[in-house]
Design a protein around this ligand. Sequence first.
Ligand SMILES: [Zn+2]
Length: 327
Amino acid sequence: MNIRRLNSPNHNVGRGGRIPDMDVLHTTGNTTQSAINTVNNRANSVSYAFIIAGASFEGRGGVPAYEDGDIFQMVDIENTAWHAGISAAVRNDARFRSNAHPTVQSRSHNPNQYTIGIGFGDMNLNGWRLTERQIASYIWLANHLRAERQRIYGFTMPFDRDHIIGHNQVNPVNRPNCPGNIQWGIIMDGLANAQSVSPGTLATPPAVATAPSSVTVRSGDTLGRIAQQHGTTVAELARINNIPNPNLIRAGQVIQLPSVPTPPPSPPSVPEQTEEEVTVDNAISAGIITDRAHWLGVLTGNIAPVPRNIMRVMNNALAAIDNVAAR
Ligand SMILES: [Zn+2]
């Protein structure tokens, strides 16, 4: 389970008899830290059931440390979070009638009762886009929520844009810019793939065929945390990296990891990669990995013919999600 639990006082018990048959995606509009503070504060009367972080934070002021892609749950699935309520004035607005999702228009009851709200944090730090870890975490979470919906309600939620919608499709009057310019195509392709790959085991995260052989220390990391994330010990990491003082590591330092499952052989069509370090964000903005086949290749482990350095970054990111799951 890779969900970290916090509890928001801002919810109603139960769902008024409704089944949560839709996800509503949001940008929290600020850092994950700020979103957690907001949702934890009773005076704000708002909450998301889940928040997915898009940056690292060392922890302060009652907000725990988190990393890009970490998932927090604030409200039980069986209860009603306060993320997408709409007033009569909104319902009567011409923009609601022309732009709200037809299902929302057709239902007279409170959308909070039939939706699960998921807020993406730190989008303000990431050009108002999702990080690759946030996308991978949402794909994992959507599968988890599908399994939970099956378990609790006997309902199998299709992964389509009639069931996974943006806040702007609930409230186009007051929230026309939420969730912003998120990568819907990549999300939906990833979900479609997860659906077809493992129809009987939908709680299982997308398969990750490779694991990183090394990690680069980020600000706030400790050797203990890295060891925990990769299923090893501080002593083992110190030994294979010749680290004399395990309490002293620096950002940017590359830590070799103990041997891990062997990655699949690269297909012969993989071109020679350059030495240039390519981040996934750069790759996304360059349009390199927005292609469906590439994304599906990542998720299935059938490595698509993209430069290997990009694949390595992607697989590291996805493997990191699985490592979070071990917590
Ligand atoms: Zn929103």
